[in-house]
Design a protein around this ligand. Structure first.
Ligand SMILES: [Zn+2]
Length: 473
């Protein structure tokens, strides 16, 4: 029997960007959107067009450039927002307008200062207007999990009648519990007329660390779209992590018999690219993409892994794109191996750029025997910044690179798969890192030039320009 297909709606560029310190400029968003396309997400929420000119431009450029996935633009439930979103989405091959309006009494009373009746009317009118422009309309009743359930049913029924094709049920404040969230989705399926004609979506925040568990409970209860972000970034404690959702379904099809179109081997490079763009490192023990996620340091674990990886590994590092450090990069490595490792680290080069990276790589490899990912990333950063390649820079590796290291033994190599150094005697633990995109991000240090050759742009300050409720859902 075919497994139900789950739509992966990535909101890294919208909700994710609302994380403190995670603002991105237009070029960075476009670059990440192209990686999300390679990753195989179904929907990219590219931004909130009315929030700022930068957001508008980002949505517009992504819509014009990234043609396979649906491109969504967020809008409050009012004509001006919906029109602005539609304007930004004009060039999209598959546009979606995503309208939201808070429905919980606490939001209606203190934030919007409107009655339930007015809320119902506004939601219906905004969806009807969006539908007159675009056939694909999503509606989110913000703070749904703290909304009176009969009223939530009433709103959902009204927006479906007005033409919504996806109804998203946000746990905006990360308050719900898996069993409770599943029951809410089931209730909607039982009580709301017309709900079988639309896709039900989850959007869970991680304030109690339950975003992924809640999303999965929603799917088990009948939701067929999951909203999530790379590395789980998002407002406050973040959103449901895309990589965790996808791999939970892939590793446990017995419990979660669902399909996604995500190319899981692109997960690690997506995570690295985001960390590098935002300069917000991935926590080392982050599931799936943290540098320790596949590290085995304890002797008994290493012994087990050597005898059979299944003893301690529920998925292979390769399945999520963690570079196989057993494939040693040294001076005998060819251009192809170098290009492959660069891609695994989230860098796709034109031929001329690769030539320059390769030229410097060979000089370096001649000196330090084994080039670690951290060295490679520093080198890429230099090339991207257009740093002068003088002999001084490369002839003095001691400041930047550790001295020559012997090829790792197999147990060490296993640890190195995810970038940790199993040898506690190593004098350069901080530099030996398979995820140097993270190692290079040091809070408080001067921001480096980013990897596509431009000086970093100060974070956009549009948050402060907007009313708080702009940033809901
Ligand atoms: Zn959110």
């Amino acid at each position: 029997m075919d497994r139900p297909r789950i739509t992966i709606f990535d909101t890294t560029l919208r909700d994710g960007e609302q994380s403190p310190g995670c603002s991105m400029n237009v070029s960075e968003k476009l670059h990440l959107a192209q990686q999300l396309d390679r990753l195989g997400v179904d929907v990219i929420e590219a931004g909130f067009p009315i929030a700022s000119d930068g957001d508008f431009e980002a949505v517009q450029r992504i819509a014009a450039t990234v043609r396979r996935p649906i491109i969504a633009g967020l809008a409050r439930a009012c004509t001006g927002d919906v029109d602005r979103a539609w304007q930004a989405l004009q060039g999209a091959a598959h546009p979606r307008i995503h309208v939201f309006l808070a429905t919980s009494d606490i939001h209606l009373k203190y934030k919007l200062r409107i009655s339930r009746e007015r809320c119902l009317e506004q939601a219906r009118d905004a969806v009807r207007h969006a539908k007159s422009l675009c056939s694909d309309v999503e509606f989110s009743p913000e703070d749904a999990t703290r909304t009176d359930v009969p009223f939530l049913c009433q709103v959902v029924e009204a927006v479906i009648a007005a033409g919504a094709t996806t109804v998203n049920i946000p746990d905006t404040v990360g308050y719900t519990m898996p069993e409770e969230y599943g029951r809410l989705i089931r209730t909607l399926r039982e009580e709301v007329a017309g709900i079988d004609k639309v896709t039900i979506s989850t959007h869970c925040h991680n304030d109690l660390g339950l975003a992924v568990a809640n999303s999965l409970a929603g799917v088990q209860a009948g939701a067929r779209q999951v909203e999530c972000t790379i590395n789980g970034i998002g407002e406050r404690a973040g959103n449901a992590s895309l990589e965790e959702i996808v791999m939970a379904m892939r590793v446990r099809p017995d419990r979660y018999p669902y399909e996604t179109a995500v190319a899981s081997e692109q997960l690690y490079s997506s995570s690295q690219m985001l960390a590098e763009i935002t300069r917000v490192p991935v926590q080392p023990n982050k599931a799936i993409t943290g540098r320790n996620a596949f590290a085995h340091e304890a002797g008994i674990h290493q012994d087990g892994i050597l005898k059979n990886p299944l003893t301690y590994e529920i998925m292979t590092p390769q399945s999520v794109g963690v570079p196989d450090s057993r494939l040693v990069l040294g001076k005998h490595s060819g251009r192809h191996a170098l290009a492959l490792r660069c891609e695994q680290l989230g860098h796709h080069f034109e031929r001329r750029e690769l030539d320059e990276v390769y030229r410097r790589f060979v000089v370096l490899a001649d000196r330090i025997k084994k080039v670690q990912d951290s060295h490679l990333l520093e080198l890429i950063e230099d090339v991207s910044r257009g740093a002068v390649s003088n002999d001084d820079a490369i002839d003095s590796p001691s400041k930047k690179f550790p001295p020559a290291t012997a090829t790792l033994s197999f147990p060490q190599a296993i640890s190195a798969v995810a970038g940790i150094n199993a040898n506690s005697n190593d004098p350069h633990p901080a530099q030996i890192s398979g995820s140097a995109g993270q190692a290079q991000v040091r809070p408080g240090s001067p921001a480096p030039a980013n990897w596509f050759g431009r000086a970093p742009v100060p974070p956009a300050d549009h948050h402060s320009e907007q009313e708080d409720y702009l940033w809901g859902v």
